[in-house]
Structure formats: C-alpha cells, structure tokens
Ligand binder design. Structure first.
Ligand SMILES: C[S@@+](CC[C@H](N)C(=O)[O-])C[C@H]1O[C@@H](n2cnc3c(N)ncnc32)[C@H](O)[C@@H]1O
Length: 186
C-alpha cells in the first residue's frame, strides 16, 4: 500500500453514500480520484491516486468520484468528467459527490450536463485521511450529481438518494433520458 496523501483533500466518503452509489450503479468500476486507504470502503474495480493523476488517465464503465475540493482543483476535474460522460467518452454512468458551491462556475457547468442532482439534507461526516475515523459534521453542504443515459439508473437515483435529500432533475427536459424515464414511470 502506498502512503495516503496527508492533505485536507484526502477525506474518505462515508458508507451511507457509497451504499447508495452501489444501489444506483450496481458496481463501481472506477474511482478516478482516490487513495489506497479509501479503497477499503469504495472497493472500485480500479482506482487512480494523485501519483497516477486520474485527470490524464483513461476512464471507463461506472464511475464514482469524490474529487479533491481545494482551490483550482474542481474545474480540471469537471472538465475531465464531462469529456468522459459525453458521447466521445467510455463512461456509461457517473456519480460525483461535491461541495454544494452553487454559485461557482464549475458547479453550474456540472448542473447543465447532469441528469439529476441530490441536495443532501444533512452535512456528511467523512473518514479521516490517516486515522480513518468517521468525523461528525462538515463545514460544507454537499450535493451528489448523476450522469447517465439510462432511465433505470435515473429512476433508482431518485428513490435511493431521495432518502438522503432533495432530488431534482437537471438538463434538458426534452432530452432522451427524461423522455424514456417518463415513459417508464407512466
Ligand atoms: C476527497 S478524497 C476522496 C477519496 C476517495 N475517492 C473516497 O471517495 O473516499 C480525494 C482524493 O483524490 C486524490 N487526488 C488528488 N488529486 C488527484 C489526481 N490528480 N488524480 C487522482 N487522485 C487525486 C487525493 O489524494 C484524495 O485521496
């Protein structure tokens, strides 16, 4: 195991989110922004660390990401995520946990391309980068974005993440995933 990055960007996702992510995606094929300790819980088929630089690696399959939130780090992550979930990418679905910084450019860009967002109703504790202890609370509100073209995943996201906060549909209401999602529900 390589040493965990001892920085404030290395806090681990709590199980309440990881369980919900697995319920929606079935499996996590890739965690592109990670560390070896976090993988004990995330259990992705593949993960990239800071040393690998997940931003320049290939992404594919079902992706879960909880990226580093530090200054200047969100925009490159969002650029990579959106290029991978788009038509030219190999990512079939992605869920990303981020701070609910609604007025930032990167957040608005994520919103424009997402299928859905969950505004979490409680502040999440995260796992400490070195002790792995689950902290109580958080200085920030957080949100979970879904990128998918699969109406079944959208449906499940609404149900599963609806237990954790308010789920809203994003993007183009006349887009194909929404049409197929509506057809599925009616
Ligand atoms: C908020 S933590 C989340 C860890 C884990 N993915 C999880 O959900 O528990 C973000 C992780 O991204 C790693 N990281 C930072 N820059 C990275 C990069 N360019 N490529 C891959 N990982 C990176 C950090 O070291 C840290 O472990």
């Amino acid at each position: 195991m390589t040493p965990v990055d001892l920085d404030t960007d290395s806090w681990g996702t709590p199980d309440v989110i990881l369980t919900a992510v697995r319920d929606v995606l079935g499996t996590i094929d890739l965690d592109p922004m990670s560390n070896d300790m976090a993988q004990r819980r995330v259990r992705a088929g593949r993960h990239y660390t800071k040393a690998d630089n997940g931003l320049i690696q290939p992404w594919c399959g079902k992706v879960f990401a909880n990226p580093p939130y530090g200054r200047g780090q969100m925009s490159p992550f969002v650029g990579k995520l959106l290029s991978e979930v788009g038509a030219a990418g190999d990512v079939s679905a992605a869920i990303a946990l981020v701070n609910a910084s609604t007025s930032t450019k990167w957040f608005q860009t994520m919103l424009k391309h997402a299928a859905s967002i969950c505004l979490l109703s409680r502040r999440l504790g995260h796992h400490h980068p070195t002790t792995d202890a689950l902290t109580k609370g958080n200085r920030y509100d957080q949100a979970v974005f879904l990128y998918t073209d699969d109406p079944g995943e959208l449906d499940t996201f609404c149900v599963v993440f609806g237990r954790l906060g308010s789920v809203l549909l994003c993007g183009q209401p006349s887009g194909s995933v929404f049409d197929r999602w509506r057809a599925r529900r009616h």
